[in-house]
Design a protein around this ligand. Structure first.
Ligand SMILES: [Zn+2]
Length: 55
């Protein structure tokens, strides 16, 4: 499902690579790995993640 853009606000060492993009799908596997506490709204000037782009 499409949702408002979101991204992780803090570097997540356990999830390298997922902090440099934003997501706009609620079921994106990479987006789901972002901890709820670290989830921020907006694109933060980042490119869209590959999964969200392709779905
Ligand atoms: Zn995504």
């Amino acid at each position: 499902m499409k949702v408002a853009p979101y991204h992780t606000a803090t570097p997540e060492k356990e999830d390298p690579g997922h902090r440099d993009v934003y997501h706009d799908l609620s079921d994106c596997p990479d987006g789901l790995r972002i901890k709820v506490a670290n989830r921020s709204a907006g694109m933060a000037g980042r490119p869209k993640c590959d999964y969200c782009k392709a779905h």
